[in-house]
Design a protein around this ligand. Structure first.
Ligand SMILES: [Zn+2]
Length: 343
């Protein structure tokens, strides 16, 4: 009885202090009825099996216990919250039914794989922390979050407060280039972007990704997203491809249409290129291009290709050095915001 009242109180229902400690009277009954109504149960004020089960399930909040696939399936509001967060990030966990079934398990592993968290299928502390941080990064819940970020926005030089849109190329049906052993460009660029997003978030910048791990919005939508977000900078990440497997090296592109080039874009491209070369990548230089993502965005934007996915040796290196490359790019962005020319 006291346990029942504790659970009800935890859910925000008010129990008269004289009833606390296990006396079932008016306020407890009202709380039960309200809970039953809210949960879509028969409103009889009696705590039968269904009501008790619903009450126990409602009492869980995300982080209270490790969530994993088990038999019988775990149920609860913490599972529902996990499903909702995974779905919001583009990892398809199915409907928010609060049951940790196969779909939720698959989505969780997909998330762990992409975020380089131990792929153990358990939503424990480390995974929840990655989820929490990435939730700030990926997929615009634009309205509410912009306002929230507006309030946090700072303007001094440096990364803090800067809105940085990371655009992992391709995605969805479009896998981009393929490595000699069939790994898609879309996966690699997503991992790098997600990693860089976490690093930027750690520096109190406001990173946002243009897509989740599985979707592939049109390039114009990505550009619009960055424009609406009021991004200070957009970094589109790809890998190069060539029929000749020996083609290798890093290249960076800024906007140039005819004789008009983006000066801050070129500056940013040079900083990124320098950072990649310092990290040991071969120099394929910076180039002015009129790619749609560069043309349709209103902020300084570059496309970076740290290497060739079609070169087996280079791609093996790239696959192993996502963390390093993310740090190199972070460094370049940091320098950019410290040295930003007047616009
Ligand atoms: Zn590409």
């Amino acid at each position: 009885m006291a346990d029942l009242q504790t659970r009800l109180e935890k859910l925000g229902f008010v129990i008269d202090p004289v009833e606390l400690g296990g006396t079932f009277a008016h306020s407890t009954e009202i709380a039960i009825k309200e809970f039953q109504q809210r949960s879509g149960l028969d409103v009889d004020g009696i705590v039968g099996e269904n009501t008790w089960r619903a009450l126990v399930e409602s009492s869980w909040t995300l982080g209270d216990r490790p969530l994993r696939l088990s038999q019988p399936f775990l149920r609860g509001d913490d599972v529902r919250e996990l499903q909702s967060q995974l779905n919001a990030l583009g990892f398809t966990a199915g409907k928010h039914d609060g049951i940790f079934g196969l779909g939720t398990a698959a989505a969780l592993r997909d998330f762990q794989r992409n975020l380089a968290v131990d792929e153990d299928g358990i939503a424990g502390r480390e995974t929840l922390r990655a989820l929490e941080r990435l939730r700030m990064v990926i997929k615009p819940g634009l309205g509410a979050r912009i306002t929230e970020r507006e309030a946090r926005r700072a303007d001094p030089p440096g990364l803090a407060g800067k809105r940085i849109v990371l655009d992992p190329g391709h995605g969805g049906d479009d896998s981009g280039g393929l490595s000699p052993c069939g790994q898609p460009e879309s996966d690699w660029v997503f991992r790098l972007s997600a990693k860089l997003g976490l690093l930027l978030d750690g520096r109190r910048a406001f990173p946002m990704l243009t897509r989740g791990p599985n979707d592939g919005p049109h390039v114009s939508h990505r550009a619009q997203l960055a424009n609406r977000y009021g991004a200070d900078l957009l970094l589109s990440i790809h890998l190069n491809s060539h029929p000749t497997p020996i083609a290798a090296g890093a290249a960076t592109y800024y906007f140039q249409g005819g004789t008009v080039a983006s000066e801050p874009g070129e500056h940013l491209a040079e900083l990124i290129q320098e950072a990649l070369i310092r990290a040991g990548r071969r120099d394929c230089s910076t180039h002015g291009k009129a790619y749609p993502i560069l043309r349709e965005t209103q902020m300084p934007a570059v496309v970076v290709e740290p290497g060739f996915i079609t070169n087996p040796d280079e791609f093996a290196e790239l696959a192993d050095s996502i963390d390093d490359i993310a740090r190199n790019l972070l460094e370049a962005l940091e320098r950019y915001f410290e040295s930003e020319p007047e616009q």
